[in-house]
Design a protein around this ligand. Structure first.
Ligand SMILES: *Cc1c(COP(=O)(O)O)cnc(C)c1O
Length: 355
């Protein structure tokens, strides 16, 4: 892609590439050499630049630190067999970032700044994208308030940044989950549909309580009745009963509209499955588990793509789900998605962009 915008580039003089162990990547710990930055001042995004990844200097009165006016995205870039860089549905992430931003009174980042900054960053740090099955480059765009002011109001200044991390498989083994019926992740009219920093801070404590009991994640229920299963920590959740895929609808505004979720549902329909976007209730799930009728349960999200659920705790009772064979829906759809993302099949959905 030709760069039309003026992006100033400062290359690192000390690349970390040579000392990076690509065989032992911990999710989010290894960060590539450069980052893209833009500043919002006087009503416009300016000072577009790529600089070495480095610590920021912040005033202690920085508005984000106190009031959390911050939103983020997560997506992945892949390398195909020819070594070309492929982006999966980055346009959807760009739109969702702005939808989240609007909810938090953060100014939108124009599509061309997002895309041109991203493409240039990926070109510069192309060697950081592992060319290995299951491996990819996780991309983290985010916007945060930068006013140094303690009054509560929308900040007048912001920074937009993108940095990247080479990653391997997120969840190597299936996850165990606990259905949460005391704490609430998101309420109607709240910020659940936004990828806003505060949502995740608020979910840490209930998740920690579950982890102390031996579960990896929570299955959140709605804030009003705690009967409807909504989603998991950073994943949407799907249940399979024979040829039907059941997943929570997104119209309540309490559920993050996952791009993996949408992609899986599109593929499921093409594969001849029935898709039901409706709430699975806790008691329905309990009955299915008791009767051994739940065929599969799994999470969907960019980090893991598909995370199989091996155990579900409802009201103190553990239900084990048998391991899934190659022909399980979740494994079939995972292979299909991977084939698209790594450029092994023709992209008939317009999901892939070559950088
Ligand atoms: C990011 C996220 C997801 C998954 O979204 P993808 O676009 O598929 O990565 C689901 N739920 C929550 C709460 C999230 O933050």
């Amino acid at each position: 892609m030709k760069t039309a915008l003026a992006i100033e580039v400062t290359k690192t003089s000390q690349s970390k590439l040579a000392q990076t162990d690509f065989d032992n990547l911990m999710f989010g710990q290894t960060i590539s050499d450069h980052m893209f930055v833009a500043d919002y001042e006087n009503g416009e995004w300016t000072n577009l630049r790529i600089v070495p990844y480095e610590p920021l200097s912040l005033n202690p009165a920085n508005a984000t630190l106190h009031y959390g006016q911050s939103v983020f995205e997560g997506m992945k870039a892949y390398k195909n067999d020819a070594g070309e860089i492929l982006l999966f549905r980055a346009d959807a992430n760009q739109k969702r970032l702005n939808a989240s931003a609007e909810r938090m009174c953060i100014p939108e980042v124009p599509e061309e700044i997002f895309m041109e900054g991203l493409y240039k960053l990926l070109e510069m740090d192309a060697d950081w994208i592992p060319q290995k099955p299951g491996y990819s480059l996780y991309v983290r765009p985010f916007i945060f308030a930068t006013d140094d002011y303690l009054g509560i109001r929308p900040s007048q200044k912001y920074s937009f940044m993108i940095f990247t991390c080479p990653v391997g498989h997120y969840y190597a083994k299936p996850v165990t989950v606990k259905v949460e019926q005391t704490y609430t992740r998101a309420a109607e009219g709240g910020t659940g549909y936004a990828k806003a920093a505060g949502n995740y801070a608020a979910s840490l404590y209930p998740a920690l309580l579950a982890q102390k009991q031996g579960y990896d994640q929570l299955l959140w229920t709605d804030g009003k009745t705690h009967q409807n299963i909504e989603e998991s920590g950073t994943m949407n959740v799907m249940f399979v009963v024979n040829d039907t895929i059941i997943t929570a609808p997104t119209h309540t505004g309490t559920i993050l509209k996952g791009i993996t979720r949408e992609s899986v549902l599109i593929l499921a329909k093409e594969m001849g499955y029935v898709v039901e976007e409706r709430f699975m209730t806790v008691s329905e799930l309990e009955k299915l588990l008791q009767a051994g009728k739940l065929t599969e349960a799994f999470g969907t999200g960019t980090a893991a793509t598909i995370a199989h659920i091996a155990k579900i705790n409802i009201n103190g009772v553990d239900y084990e789900l048998p391991a899934k064979g190659e022909d399980a829906f979740s494994n079939q759809v995972l292979r299909k998605l991977d084939a698209i993302k790594y450029g092994k099949v023709t992209d008939t959905h317009g999901w892939i962009r070559k950088v």
